[in-house]
Ligand binder design. Sequence first.
Ligand code: PEP
Length: 247
Amino acid sequence: MAKKIVAGNWKMNLNADSALTLIKGISEVSLPSDVRVIVFPSSVFIGQVVEASSGIEVGCQNFSNEDKGAFTGEISINQIKSIGANVGLIGHSERRAYYKEDNALLKTKVDQAIKENFDFIFCCGEPLFIREEGKEFSFVREQLNESLFHLTSDQMKNRVIAYEPVWAIGTGKTASSIQAEDMHLSIRSWITEKYSAEIASSVSILYGGSCKPSNAKELFACPNVDGGLIGGAALDVDDFSQLIKSF
Ligand code: PEP
């Protein structure tokens, strides 16, 4: 069975003090033990957030596809692991849009993570114009085909995919539960086609895009929605805790 997950992407928000206040606040809440909770602070705070967190995993928002060396401004998986993070985001729509990370580059990040035995959440999702053209399924399938579906069955087992329609991220426009379930079901059926039903049922498929306590229950109740990747609502202890309790 796919693991239930709620992950908070803090993006380029907070400073050292407010990041610590947030992680301490979340750590104090009594949370369901069957939900994997992950936060993604800015990399500069990862070490401090790891030390202050209790029962919550800490991840990095971005990492290099290289091992080490002359790559100014980059951070390697080895460096991230050395300060206690165990999981990274790959292919967030903001990395795709602002830093031109395309499917081919993201494949190299997937391969680097596999090589380093580093867990990751692979993000996919269509921009508004693609949905308006009715091409969202082929668009997302191509993202997965070109960056993720080259993995072997063993490598694909228990992976985490976040479906985040770009038009819903930070806009207040949430995909309806029908739109989310349609895409999640399709993603699971592509995994079944390419791998097997057993592998497909082991993969957690998260929804992301203006998910908040008021809509999470309906989204998380969908049979193929295994949780959420949360932006704005992850910056508030009460909202984030409520989201974790929304299954
Ligand atoms: C995100 O950036 O991954 C995200 C889902 O953001 P928000 O919840 O703010 O739409």
